[in-house]
Every structure is written in structure tokens, then in C-alpha cells.
Design a protein around this ligand. Structure first.
Ligand code: ADP
Ligand code: MG
Length: 346
């Protein structure tokens, strides 16, 4: 039997909206909830939130959230380039040699190769040298010279990653490095969701970082979650609402959260592995699909491609829905998105 607990909802909702406004997340909006528990945390340098709306009798939702946070922290840290002790940095430090990694890291690298394959190489987990050049790791941004980009691109090639499934080892050539940052938030959300499901939670929403959402069960009163997609050029506004159902994940990538400007030009942190430059065909893209890691990786990869190519590719992916704000500020979405998206009038 399900039991619902009263909480200071109004304060909670106000806090949620305020935090999300600051961090620039896409966010859930729906009927005012009288009965829910929401907790925020900063884990692996990332803003994370879990809201639980329904839980079994005898379960302490706050305890479940705290345990889920622990799972998310260890999962995120183990694969982040920003954590010195991560498996990914261990592989990078030992580039040229085979390195044994955890089961989770190995799984994530397999997923990374799958996403690279799905997107014709628009996703490339060896993009690190180029990310470094633009200063996105350190925050010391600059526009590199053409020959620097050329030199860095020579060290980018997803096909040169060697995964040995039996030994569970990874090897990248000596001059290369791994970066699966584009998957870290989705991967952590997946771990958090697994814990919630294991704990019997039947209605919850996980927000991981500025871009990844994971639904556990349907939303309040058995309805779909409604997620507002932030307008990339008016971040206090949403341009559309998208439905998210039990077990589905949503991820947004765009040019409006991590970027710098020089000479009036915007340079965002997602880079095209072919040119070494930030792509300029979209302002943002949102992907909805069941697999949280695929959602996270696809939104990054598809951001690199032209809107028409995205629509063509996604036609072959029946359980993937996408909506884009093009560079010209036009909204485009695929046929799978029809019926679950509602555009907001200006
Ligand atoms: P966010 O959702 O926080 O905006 P993403 O999930 O889109 O971020 O991932 C962006 C990160 O992925 C970059 O900061 C960089 O480390 C890495 N990255 C950039 N370009 C690519 C690419 N083409 N393929 C794979 N990873 C990339
Ligand atoms: Mg991503």
C-alpha cells in the first residue's frame, strides 16, 4: 500500500524553482504538490536534485534520497575528468598502456563507443585534447590557432580506443586522452534511479546537472511528468513543455550554459570532432529516450549535426524523440516527439 507524507511543499517548490532558475536547468512543472519530498545536493561538482512523490509505507524517503545521492556521487566521480582520482584520469595518466577499470567505467566506455557509432562519430570520447585547447577544462578560454586545432585533432579518433572485455582493461594511445564528461550526469542519474527503484519508490524525478532528468514511475496522480525546456536565449522562459513517462530520460545540450564570447562570437563547450570548432547549427537540443546514458550522449552528439541530419538519423531510432531550437531560433522536432510536446507561445 502506498502512503504519502506531508511536507512544507510551498517552500520546497519555491526553492526548487529558484535553484533551477539559477542553475539554468530544464525543470519539471505540474500541479502544486502537497505531498512530496525534495532534496538538493552538489555532487561531483554538479547540482543534483531528487524529488519523491510516492513511497511505500515504512520507507523513509529522505533516507532513500540520501543513499541515492551517495550512489550518484561515487558513479559521477569515478568517470569525471574533473576528479583527479577518477578511472578516466587513471587511463589518461597511463596512456599507451592497458589500465584495469571498474565494471561501471567499462560499461560507460562501451556505451560511449555505441553512441559514437549511432552518430557517425559526432560523439567522440577522445575529444579531450581539443576541449583542453579551448580552455574548457581550466576555464581559461581562448580561440586556438588553426595549426593548434589541426595538431589536437590528429589525437582524436574514437576507433583507437581499445577495450578488452575479458580483462576489463582500457588502452588509449600515448598521445590521446579520454573524456566522457558528456555522459557523466546521465550515468549518475541512472545509478540514482536504480537505487530509488530498488527501494520501492514508484514516483520520483532525478535532475542531474544542468541537463539530465530521469523519471522513476509516472508523475503525481499517475500523469506524465511535464518538463519545461528553457529558451536558450531567454533563460527565464520555457519554449515548450515535453512529457516524460515512467523510466524515461531527458537530456538537453546547448550553447547557452558553458560558453565564452570573443569579438562578439559565441564559443560553446561542445566541439565538432571533424573541425575542432564549436558547431553553429543549433542553440539547443533535447533528447527523450529510456536509456539515461544514451540520452545524455545523444544530446551532445546531435548538437554537432545539422538539424536536417538530426531528423534523418533519428527516424531510424524509434525510441528516441528530439526537439531542437535551431541557430535561427526556430523550433524543430521529429515525428516521435509529436503528441508529447506542447509549444509555448511567445
Ligand atoms: P552539458 O549537458 O552540461 O552542457 P554535455 O553533456 O553536453 O554537457 O557534455 C559536454 C562535455 O562533453 C564537454 O564539456 C566536453 O568535455 C565533452 N565534449 C565536447 N564535445 C564532445 C563531442 N563531440 N563528443 C563527446 N564529448 C564531447
Ligand atoms: Mg550530454
Amino acid at each position: 500500500m502506498l502512503h504519502r507524507k506531508h511536507k512544507q511543499t510551498i517552500i520546497c517548490m519555491a526553492l526548487v524553482l529558484c535553484t533551477l532558475a539559477v542553475s539554468g536547468c530544464d525543470y519539471f512543472f505540474g500541479p502544486a504538490q502537497e505531498e512530496s519530498v525534495t532534496e538538493d545536493a552538489v555532487l561531483f561538482s554538479t547540482f543534483v536534485q531528487i524529488q519523491i512523490h510516492e513511497w511505500p509505507q515504512g520507507t523513509d524517503p529522505e533516507k532513500v534520497i540520501s543513499e541515492a545521492f551517495t550512489e550518484m556521487e561515487s558513479t559521477g566521480s569515478i568517470v569525471s575528468v574533473y576528479d583527479e582520482n577518477s578511472d578516466i584520469n587513471a587511463v589518461n595518466r597511463a596512456a599507451g598502456e592497458s589500465v584495469a577499470v571498474s565494471e561501471e567505467t567499462f560499461y560507460l566506455l562501451q556505451k560511449a563507443l555505441e553512441i559514437a557509432e549511432m552518430t557517425g562519430g559526432a560523439f567522440d570520447p577522445t575529444i579531450g585534447p581539443v576541449v583542453d585547447l579551448w580552455g574548457f577544462y581550466t576555464g581559461e578560454h581562448r580561440v586556438p590557432a588553426d595549426d593548434e586545432i589541426e595538431e589536437a585533432l590528429a589525437r582524436v579518433d574514437v576507433n583507437r580506443i581499445e577495450l578488452d572485455e575479458d580483462a576489463r582493461t582500457v588502452r588509449v594511445p600515448g598521445d590521446m586522452r579520454l573524456d566522457v564528461e558528456a555522459l557523466a550526469k546521465g550515468f549518475a542519474a541512472r545509478a540514482g534511479a536504480e537505487h530509488l527503484v530498488k527501494s520501492g519508490i514508484t514516483s520520483a524525478l532525478i535532475t542531474s546537472g544542468q541537463s539530465s532528468l530521469k523519471a522513476v514511475g509516472d508523475g503525481p496522480e499517475g500523469r506524465a511528468w511535464r518538463v519545461g525546456l528553457l529558451h536558450p536565449r531567454a533563460e527565464q522562459d520555457v519554449y515548450a513543455a515535453v512529457e516524460l513517462r515512467d523510466g524515461e530520460s531527458l537530456s538537453t545540450s546547448g550553447d547557452y550554459q558553458r560558453y565564452f564570447t570573443e569579438d562578439g562570437k559565441r564559443y560553446a563547450h561542445i566541439l565538432d570532432p571533424e573541425t575542432g570548432y564549436p558547431p553553429r547549427t543549433m542553440q539547443s537540443i533535447t533528447v527523450v529516450t529510456p536509456d539515461t546514458v544514451i540520452a545524455d550522449g545523444l544530446s551532445t552528439a546531435l548538437f554537432v549535426l545539422k538539424p536536417e541530419e538530426v531528423l534523418n538519423r533519428v527516424e531510424q531510432m524509434p525510441d528516441v524523440s528530439v526537439a531542437m531550437m535551431t541557430a535561427e531560433g526556430r523550433v524543430k522536432y521529429c515525428s516521435q516527439m509529436e503528441g508529447r510536446i506542447e509549444l509555448v507561445d511567445d
